[in-house]
Design a protein around this ligand. Structure first.
Ligand code: UDP
Ligand code: MG
Length: 219
């Protein structure tokens, strides 16, 4: 009996470990900061140097907006132009799908930078409802930058970005949304000791040097 039990366990060990390795729970870093704080730029730098996959909620929404046959394309376009936050049901589905597709293609890709999300209470509730049990939020990388710097960077970017929201009128609304809806979410994570703040008003290289210190420490 004992021998049989032992035999079974030892036979199961490799396949068990193999399956665990296939089922790594996604590890998530939320990347937050005002419009133009440099989230996308720094995420690209991180991807080049660390094993993270970058998912920008804004980019996923823009891609869905542009997709032929999308039933929510028009809704997304009006929300983005107005600097409002799209209902989370839409965003969370896009994020979940992107995470699943990434992990299905390569099971070693289970570390994610989720850029520009969660932006308000609705976003956070949606995440908690759909993803909280499926993924671990390690910490929030917060790119802290004055509103003036944010606005001038976005206006500069607007010369070539082709984005409908990189103009003064949309930016005023985006800044208000950021201050009233997103900052409280960052505060909430700060109370849990989960925010790593970086002074994002400096040059790309200076900011990235600080990002590296944090990631080297946190893994
Ligand atoms: N957006 C949203 N939900 C999200 C992320 C983005 O509704 O989770 C919308 C929102 O209208 C926002 C716009 O997409 O103002 C642009 O977001 P993005 O993150 O691309 O802008 P950034 O902050 O990087 O300049
Ligand atoms: Mg961005």
């Amino acid at each position: 009996m004992i021998f049989r039990l032992f035999g079974n366990v030892s036979q199961r060990v490799p396949s068990f470990l193999y399956r665990v390795s296939l089922m790594m729970k996604p590890q998530v870093v939320f990347v937050l900061g005002g419009p133009g704080a440099g989230k996308g730029t720094q995420c690209s730098n991180i991807v080049e140097n660390y094993s993270y996959t970058h998912l920008s909620a804004g980019e996923l929404l823009r891609a869905e907006q542009a997709r032929d046959g999308s039933e929510v394309g028009y809704l997304i376009s009006t929300y983005i132009k107005e600097g409002k936050i799209v209902p989370v049901e839409i965003t969370i589905n896009l994020l979940k799908k992107a995470m699943e597709e990434t992990m299905q293609k390569d099971e070693k890709k289970f570390r994610f930078l989720i850029d520009g999300f969660p932006r308000n209470e609705d976003n956070l509730e949606g995440w908690n409802k759909v993803m909280d049990s499926k993924a671990d939020v390690k910490f929030v990388l917060f790119f802290d930058c004055s509103n003036e710097v944010c606005v001038s960077r976005c206006l500069e970017r607007g010369k070539n970005s082709g984005r409908t929201d990189d103009n003064r009128e949309s930016l005023e609304k985006r800044i208000q949304t950021y201050l009233h809806s997103t900052r409280p979410i960052i505060e909430l994570y700060a109370k849990l000791g989960k925010v790593r703040t970086i002074d994002a008003s400096r040059s790309v290289d200076e900011v990235f040097a600080d990002v590296k210190v944090i990631l080297d420490k946190e893994g």
